[in-house]
Design a protein. Structure first.
Length: 251
């Protein structure tokens, strides 16, 4: 029996990068996955690829920074599945950040990044969690970053947003625990994939050199932790942040 047989799980920002990798892993383990993605081409491509591989995936166009869009997303999947067992609040802006000092960051860029990374995480959870509370069970996984654990420079808006997500996770876990809903955060390190294509090579080299495990990170290194936290194997874990970066950050 697969770990997620019979479960219905939404992944936001699942059109590419780690989001798509989470969706593919969860579908391979028996879950019905909802691809909540702002880019309709990438979102549908991800859903089709999963179905072609024998999985169950449905795309719904979603802008997580919009309250109406987030609510519509939850409503669509409830009407389709009649239940939501898991949410991976993954959608974030990451590929265009980096290099600017705290004085150089554009105010509009700061606001847009916060709207997606922080407000989008909140709105996605706000839309989905009541359906879990009503059933007395469910698991939410938010996505942080190891950069927020050590304070990566020249990334202030991104680092701040991911620090907020980690704090948000702890507070929401307190609010939802009484209803049997768990909330945890996975904080990946730098992963080489499509979403990080613009990262300079010296940053990859620095990360590898400073990790306890001393190698490059791939999507496969992260997806198992997300799957675990969504599963019954993690039934007594909530409010935690698990850093998956090969030992760059030790806490």
């Amino acid at each position: 029996m697969n770990r997620h047989d019979g479960q219905s799980i939404i992944i936001t920002g699942a059109g590419r990068g780690l989001g798509r990798a989470y969706a593919e892993r969860l579908a391979s383990e028996g879950a019905r996955v909802g691809i909540a993605e702002i880019d309709p081409i990438r979102g549908e491509e991800a859903a089709v690829a999963i179905r072609n591989a024998g999985g169950d995936a449905t795309f719904f166009a979603t802008d997580v920074s919009s309250p109406d869009s987030a609510e519509a997303m939850a409503g669509f999947f409830i009407s389709r599945w009649d239940r939501i067992d898991g949410l991976v609040a993954n959608a974030a802006i990451a590929d265009s950040v980096g290099g600017a000092t705290y004085q150089e960051i554009d105010v509009d860029e700061w606001d847009r990044l916060m709207a997606v990374n922080v407000r989008g995480t909140w709105l996605s959870c706000r839309a989905v969690a009541p359906h879990m509370e009503g059933r007395g069970s469910g698991s939410i996984v938010t996505i942080g970053s190891d950069t927020a654990m050590w304070g990566s420079p020249r990334l202030l808006h991104y680092v701040s947003s991911k620090g907020a997500v980690m704090a948000f996770t702890r507070a929401l876990a307190r609010e939802l625990g009484g209803a049997g809903v768990r909330v945890n955060c996975v904080a990946p390190g730098l992963v080489r994939n499509e979403a990080t294509a613009g990262v300079p090579e010296d940053k990859y080299a620095w990360n590898i050199a400073n990790r306890a495990l001393g190698r490059e990170s791939a999507e496969v290194d992260v997806v198992g932790t997300v799957s675990f936290l969504l599963s019954d194997d993690a039934a007594f874990i909530t409010g935690q942040t698990i850093v998956v970066d090969g030992g760059l950050v030790l806490h």
